[in-house]
Design a binder for this molecule. Structure first.
Ligand SMILES: [Zn+2]
Length: 347
């Protein structure tokens, strides 16, 4: 076969092979290119035959060789582009993101209804110039009982039986010890003491729908010169209106606590029926909301406060009771069971 025919055959065969590659074989394309156009490739081999041609034929065939080389070079470049494009396309498909898929829902937590209630009440007191004081949940008998005018053999201790760590150390039954400790430290030259103490307290109660062996209280104490029952009533009325609505009214009923004298139970006019009588207020039109009273002089004296100069009032309310009334919750145990179906109702 003469050189021209070989050249023609190389051209045709290469073009056909390129077609079969069809953009899918990067490595094969590279190998083929080296085999044809490389330094030791078929076309270079054919070039070597030029020197044997006649002087007339050599330039003609030489030109043909160049043409074939240009043609094939271009064909290889085109194939390379197709291979590259196919590679990019495949990569895009593999990494594609379906923007129509719905996003993953991240469940956000929220504060527990008791925490919300506590913070709301704390805000009201802060606005009235009270300080918020934290204290120990494990307390000495002395601060929990004796300083509250409840000596060891006092029968009223039965109302607040608790869990004992030792004979003298117990789980506090109210947040009153915090008040005693704060009163001990108070400097009356800087003004009256106005404080609240929110926190967890414990009683040895049998758990039922309205009692739990642990619950949360907010107790308040105001001590200063000329503090009267009128201050107590005015303060509580204001707080209760902020919690239950401006058109609520309160009434005080005589009661007994060892640490206050006189002592009162405070009722709020029913926010459901407005006083006509319903199931929430047990047909009375009034709901018992908290206990309060004028601080017993002996309690002041035990803190080293002169009860001839200073007087004060104290009150205590249960956070659970407030939350139960406001949200119509009828079982106290719901607060502690960690059931999301309960908690999520109070977002
Ligand atoms: Zn009612």
């Amino acid at each position: 076969m003469d050189l021209q025919a070989q050249l023609e055959e190389l051209k045709t065969k290469t073009q056909e092979t390129l077609k079969t590659l069809n953009g899918n074989h990067g490595k094969e394309l590279q190998d083929l290119r080296v085999a044809i156009l490389g330094k030791k490739g078929s076309l270079t081999e054919l070039l070597k035959g030029l020197k044997d041609l006649s002087n007339e034929l050599r330039p003609v065939v030489g030109k043909q060789v160049n043409e074939v080389r240009d043609l094939l070079t271009k064909a290889f470049e085109e194939q390379a582009k197709i291979v590259e494009a196919a590679k990019i396309q495949a990569q895009l498909e593999a990494e594609s993101i379906d923007v129509t898929l719905p996003g993953r829902q991240i469940a956000l937590g929220h504060r527990h209804v008791l925490t919300q209630t506590s913070e709301e009440i704390e805000d009201i007191f802060l606005g009235m110039g009270f300080q918020i004081v934290d204290g120990f949940e494990v307390e000495k008998d002395y601060y929990n009982f004796e300083r509250m005018n409840l000596p060891k053999d006092h029968p009223a201790r039965d109302m607040q039986d608790t869990f004992y760590i030792t004979d003298d150390i117990l789980l506090r039954t109210h947040t009153s010890p915090v008040q005693a400790r704060t009163l001990d430290q108070h400097d009356f030259s800087k003004g009256p003491l106005k404080m609240i103490s929110p926190g967890r307290v414990f009683r040895r109660d049998t758990d039922d729908a309205t009692h739990s062996h642990q619950f949360h209280q907010i107790e308040g104490l105001v001590v200063g010169e000329n503090i009267s029952m009128g201050d107590l009533k005015g303060t509580l009325e204001m707080i209760i209106k902020k919690m239950f609505g401006e058109d609520r009214s309160i009434r005080l009923r005589p009661s007994y606590f060892p640490f206050t004298e006189p002592s009162v139970e405070v009722d709020v006019s029913c926010f459901k029926c407005g006083g006509k009588g319903c199931n929430v207020c047990k047909k009375t039109g009034w709901i018992e909301i908290l206990g309060a009273g004028m601080v017993h002089p002996r309690v002041l004296e035990m803190s080293g406060v002169d009860s001839d100069i200073y007087s004060g009032f104290a009150f205590g309310l249960g956070q659970e009771r407030i939350a139960m009334l406001r949200y119509g919750i009828n079982d106290i145990r719901g607060f502690y069971q960690g059931d999301c179906r309960f908690s999520e109702q109070f977002k």
